[in-house]
Design a binder for this molecule. Structure first.
Ligand code: SOE
Length: 383
């Protein structure tokens, strides 16, 4: 049960995203002064043994082996969905219909049709809902948004975004769920391309109107996974087909008249988590690379770029943490996301990115896939 100061959270899933969300639920009220403190009431997973081990390690009070039971619990008011995309719609809709608030991992769904139903369910439900595009909560990215809002860039001419990883460069790396269309919906495009689509639209405040795209699956067959944890896995002797893209490149038109380019790949050898975005406006430019996430580069036109160390107390989220120069990491972006979600739940404001925003990203993903399938013709993002 919740009183006026605490709220019960139930989480579905306990792998990479479950671990990082747990860290955020555990620490958020130690650093941010919030109207509501989360109580980590229950965690759900299919295997009793593994879910109990995860609960003990991550700090959850109770265990369910069926997410439906978790959604029904009276001590759960927020449902946090950290599962692969194929179960997002079913869990989110059940939770919203049960009157819960819902935080759902990205991308919102595996298809536009699912995302539409989720957005409609969210609009009709009393609970709050948000999709977990955590990079919006990197202080440097939130600062970039602030610069654009303050007019420091002028009119946006270009967005140049790339998300580069290399964890599947080895053709013997196993066929984990992220490489299976029925589980993940799409490959690099959905998993990491969705982040740069969201970041581009968030920072500029504009929408992507249409795209022209190329996608490729370089390694068509891989060993099946014997076991996996986080982004690591061990191989079995049997092989299976890779059913998603390994890389996606596309160009697009922005609603303000600018042109954008995007690249999402897991084949950029040496790049671990290089989520990069550069924005050029009529008055100035911004550049960011997640591999140096405490920095934002700004140019007011003349004299090249200046480096802003985003560790000052007046920078977004930073004041809650360490003295200037001490820096934040990947996990803090989730703490910020959960901070904003709790604040929205407590104050009754609709949090962003909403399920409608998630649907918008899904429509861009779908346009990219359609354009690539049709031979990269310019493809309008459907409304
Ligand atoms: C794997 O590519 C992954 O963990 C993504 O699923 C996350 O969304 C991204 O933040 C880091 O990389």
């Amino acid at each position: 049960m919740s009183d006026n100061t605490t709220i019960g959270v139930g989480m579905v899933g306990y792998a990479f995203m479950g671990r990082v969300h747990s860290q955020a639920w555990r620490s958020v009220s130690a650093f941010f002064d919030l109207p509501l403190r989360p109580r980590m009431a229950a965690i759900a997973g299919r295997s009793k043994e593994h879910t109990e081990a995860a609960a003990a390690q991550l700090g959850w009070a109770a265990v369910e082996t069926d997410w439906r039971e978790l959604v029904k619990r009276d001590d759960v008011q927020i449902v946090d969905i950290c599962t692969p995309g194929d179960s997002h719609a079913e869990i989110a809709i059940a939770a919203l219909e049960a009157g819960k608030h819902v935080l759902c991992e990205k991308p919102l769904a595996n298809t536009v049709a699912e995302a539409e139903i989720m957005a409609a369910a969210a609009a009709a439900a009393p609970g709050k809902s948000m999709v977990a595009f955590n990079y919006r909560r990197v202080p440097a990215i939130a600062l970039a948004r602030r610069y654009v809002e303050e007019g420091r860039l002028g009119e946006i001419r270009h967005v140049r975004a790339a998300y580069l990883q290399d964890w599947i460069v080895d053709p013997e790396f196993p066929l984990v769920w992220r490489l299976q269309k029925d589980k993940a919906g799409a490959g690099a495009l959905g998993d990491i391309g969705s982040h740069i689509i969201d970041a581009a639209q968030f920072i500029t405040g504009e929408s992507i109107l249409g795209v022209s795209a190329l996608t490729e699956t370089f390694i068509k067959e891989r060993p099946l996974a014997a076991a996996s944890a986080g982004l690591g896995a061990t191989a079995s002797s049997e092989k299976g087909e890779v059913t998603v893209d390994d890389a996606a490149l596309f160009i697009g038109r922005l609603s303000g008249g600018g042109l954008a380019s995007f690249e999402a790949t897991r084949f950029a050898a040496g790049r671990k988590n290089a989520m990069r975005i550069e924005i050029n406006g009529s008055l100035g430019s911004l550049a960011f690379d997640f591999e140096a996430m405490n920095e934002l580069w700004f140019s007011a036109g003349g004299g090249g770029f200046e480096r802003i160390l985003v560790t000052e107390p007046d920078h977004p989220y930073v004041g809650a943490w360490w003295p200037p120069g001490h820096g934040l990491g990947y996990e803090h972006t989730f703490t910020h996301e959960i901070r904003d979600f709790l604040e929205a739940v407590a104050t009754g404001v609709d949090p962003t990115p909403s399920f409608a925003d998630g649907l918008r990203v899904q429509r861009v993903l779908e346009a990219v896939e359609r354009s690539a399938a049709e031979g990269s013709r310019y493809t309008t993002v459907e409304d």
